[in-house]
Design a binder for this molecule. Structure first.
Ligand code: NAI
Length: 315
């Protein structure tokens, strides 16, 4: 078990999750946030989250809840957070100016072997790191929310990232119970959000064109496609739906192409269609003021699914 140090910058939703994941692998995690009150709240929240994970039998790694908690400390000083850390995970708000500013500060405080990893959802690694002295050590590790129950994480190097940074990032993430996937070229939205936005785009069009209601559209995902996708992706789905991929192509390629040609150009989601979707979701998921209740409903199901997948994988 390693006792190497990881610095986490930003202690919001994602910073807290990363801190817990790294601590579960035995790393000593030091969290910094520009708002000291945020780090204090983070520590309390992490204590509660670890207790809930233990209760549900979902603690990662082999350390006890207390050992994992003790691996996490906080600081009000950026230098203390990054000094002697071999890996730094930045989790500050999704704004290029803020990310660049934070990384410019860190750049001056670190040595040549460090790994500089950003949680950004959509900013390109080259755009964040182009001005850094250590830009060859920069990479993106973009988690899926909530990272404790959705372990896939996109790893996106820039063209100038050293190969050993990719390899070592994979090691740290795997040790922390995540499932890293290499995104070989930097493209807007990486892969997860490109797929997600393709789905949103088509669902929006189908509702706008009066083909299906928002509730029924969600039902097709939650009671249909989504059930398979919890266990396999579109390619394995196709492979199993025919006698392998080539037979799938023979049977369905023309139909897929014809239907794809009927898709319209991208549209901004807005106006009366968006209002109608909102009203449907209020009926389905409850009013916005009670949204926390529905989030708990969601997390309960994600926890149960994570347990089921773990048990099935162990068979
Ligand atoms: P958040 O708003 O919950 O937390 C951001 C934290 O950064 C706050 O505690 C804030 O005080 C702190 N901060 C702001 N400026 C700072 C600075 N200069 N130095 C140090 N700390 C600073 O944001 P969240 O949701 O945790 O997102 C963080 C990153 O993770 C973003 O890039 C976001 O796109 C990405 N991400 C978010 C996901 C989500 O579902 N929330 C999923 C995957 C990635």
């Amino acid at each position: 078990m390693s006792a190497k140090k990881i610095g986490v910058i930003g202690s919001g939703l994602i910073g807290r999750s990363f801190a817990m994941l790294f601590a579960s692998a035995g790393y000593k995690v030091v969290i910094f946030d520009i708002e000291p009150a945020q780090t204090r709240a983070a520590k309390e929240d992490i204590r509660e989250q670890l207790a809930s994970l233990e209760k549900n039998g979902l603690l990662k790694g082999s350390l006890s809840r207390q050992q994992q908690f003790d691996n996490i400390s906080t600081t009000e000083n950026l230098e203390e957070c990054v000094k002697n850390a071999f890996f730094i995970q930045e989790c500050v708000p999704e704004r290029l100016d803020i990310k660049r500013k934070v990384w410019a500060q860190v750049d001056k405080l670190v040595g040549d072997d460090v790994i500089l990893s950003s949680s950004t959802s959509a900013l390109l690694p080259s755009a964040i790191s182009e001005g850094l002295t250590h830009k060859n050590r920069f990479i993106i590790s973009h988690p899926t929310n909530p990272p404790f129950y959705c372990p896939a994480i996109e790893v996106v190097p820039a063209g100038w990232t050293d190969p050993d940074v990719i390899e070592k990032t994979f090691t740290v993430l795997k040790e922390s119970g995540l499932v890293p996937v290499l995104i070989k070229k930097e493209v807007p939205g990486f892969v997860l959000n490109r797929i997600q936005y393709a789905i949103i785009g088509e669902c929006y069009r189908l509702i706008k064109d009066g083909v299906v209601s928002p509730e029924d559209c969600d039902t097709i995902m939650s009671q249909g496609l989504g059930l398979r996708y919890a266990f396999m992706g579109p390619w394995e789905t196709g492979y199993l739906n025919a006698e392998g991929m080539l037979s799938y192509g023979e049977r369905y390629a023309d139909m897929i192409l014809d239907i794809q040609k009927s898709f319209g150009p991208p549209e901004r989601i807005e106006g009366p269609t968006l209002q109608a979707i909102h009203a449907s979701m209020e009926r389905l998921a409850g009013p916005v003021q009670d949204i926390q209740k529905r989030r708990q409903w969601r997390d309960k199901r994600l926890i149960a699914l994570a347990k089921l997948k773990r048990d099935l994988d162990a068979e």
